[in-house]
Design a protein around this ligand. Structure first.
Ligand SMILES: NC(=O)c1ccc[n+]([C@@H]2O[C@H](COP(=O)([O-])OP(=O)(O)OC[C@H]3O[C@@H](n4cnc5c(N)ncnc54)[C@H](O)[C@@H]3O)[C@@H](O)[C@H]2O)c1
Ligand SMILES: CC(C)[C@H](C(=O)O)[C@@H](O)C(=O)O
Ligand SMILES: [Mg+2]
Length: 356
């Protein structure tokens, strides 16, 4: 198969982890006889530094022209610590999602058995957890009107959803539930927010089309609690942009670390595959970032954008084997991990390639 893949490393550890993700794609192409070509483009802080724009037109054009994008992360402490900065790396990420129509962000929370002890949650609560989040990605409070009033003393961000926006993400979640455990949990705050009442109305209206799927509606505060109390009660979860952002960082602890969670942002055009984590300034440049979220994002890319299931499964099997062989990056190591099994980013990539 001939495909063109755009690598967009972005900032901080995004650079470090996508380097490993790319090597894995190269190995897959070699092993399964595919012809993958690559290009690279700027986004975030590095793009601001080079062009003044967090999402240069050239990057967007390259994204549109490619068959899939492997994305790293954006963000820099310079902006995090300066709320008044008008141009910010995250604007690049949000604009990319909007421009490419990436309204569905799939975030699988898959726990590798070997990592049962890496989590701060008790193993007996965790074992067997397997959740697929559908986070709506181009609406909500992220994209509504925002601003200041009263001479800047008051700020507002409007949360807005149309029926159409809720319907299209809900349908994807129902379809996914049909291929899994046939349980769908819709998370909202319909006891308070009008946008959540519309959300619930739309999900309730679609539910009869999927009689085999058991649907439940949970308020986001309770869902946050239940995720930790009993993660196995969840199969597919569908939720709004902001709730999905927060709940999936929480859910990363089910999988052991932020460094394990991959995602697929899909919709109207080129799919973008990205770890759920950020640029992680606290560990940038130290070479200790866990590259597996990027590697597993590459696996999602092959599966979802190219339909290459065997290739995708080969990556997941290699990750499983790496963990079975006792290797860990620092974030997923525990007190029982021998020092010689704790690998830096590059070494973890090398060991992984040996298993592919
Ligand atoms: N998709 C994205 O590009 C994205 C996502 C989240 C945050 N951000 C940005 O990243 C910057 C830092 O944000 P933050 O600190 O809140 O979130 P973060 O996800 O970057 O880091 C949170 C914590 O998890 C750890 N961590 C994250 N990924 C890891 C990995 N692969 N291996 C090991 N440890 C890992 C970090 O060291 C940190 O302690 C901010 O500027 C933020 O806006 C970007
Ligand atoms: C950096 C930020 C804009 C982004 C989001 O909130 O969507 C991030 O947290 C994510 O999860 O991809
Ligand atoms: Mg996030």
């Amino acid at each position: 198969m001939k495909k063109h893949i755009l690598i967009v490393p972005g900032d901080g550890i995004g650079q470090e982890v996508t380097a490993v993700g790319k090597k894995v794609l190269e190995r897959i192409a070699e092993k399964f006889n595919h012809e993958f070509t690559y290009d690279e483009a700027l986004i975030g802080h590095v793009a601001i530094e080079a062009t003044g724009n967090p999402l240069p037109d050239e990057t967007l054009e390259k994204m549109r022209a490619s068959d899939a994008v492997l994305f790293g992360a954006v963000g820099h402490p310079k902006y995090d610590n300066d709320p008044s900065a008008k141009v910010r790396p995250e604007q690049g990420l949000l604009k990319m999602r909007k421009e490419l129509g990436l309204y569905a962000n799939l975030r699988p929370i898959k726990l590798f058995d070997e990592l049962l002890s890496a989590s701060s949650i008790k193993p007996e609560i965790l074992k067997g957890s397997d959740i697929l989040f559908f986070r709506e990605l181009t609406g909500d409070i992220y994209f509504g009107e925002k601003g200041r009033k009263n001479d800047g003393d008051t700020a507002y961000d409007i949360a807005e959803y149309s029926k159409y926006e809720v319907e299209r993400i809900a349908r994807r979640a129902f379809e996914a539930a049909m291929t899994r455990g046939k349980r769908l949990c819709s998370v909202d705050k319909a006891n308070v927010l009008e946008s959540s009442r519309l959300w619930r109305e739309v999900v309730q209206a679609i539910a009869p089309e999927y009689p085999e799927v058991t649907v439940e509606h949970i308020f986001v505060d309770a869902a946050a609690m239940m995720l930790i109390k009993d993660p196995k009660r969840f199969d597919v979860v569908v939720t709004a942009n902001l709730f999905g952002d927060i709940l999936t960082d929480e859910a990363s602890q089910i999988a052991g670390s932020m460094g394990m969670l991959a995602s697929a942002s899909v919709g109207d055009s080129t799919g973008v595959y990205e770890p759920i984590h950020g640029s992680a300034h606290d560990i940038t440049g130290k070479g200790v970032a866990n590259p597996l979220a990027s590697v597993l994002s590459a696996a999602l890319l092959l599966d979802i954008s190219f339909g290459l299931k065997d290739e995708s499964n080969a990556i997941i099997a290699a990750v499983d084997q790496l963990l079975k062989d006792g290797f860990r990056t620092r974030d997923i190591a525990d007190a029982n991990t021998p020092a010689d099994k704790i690998l830096n980013t590059e070494a973890a990539g090398e060991e992984l390639l040996k298993r592919l």
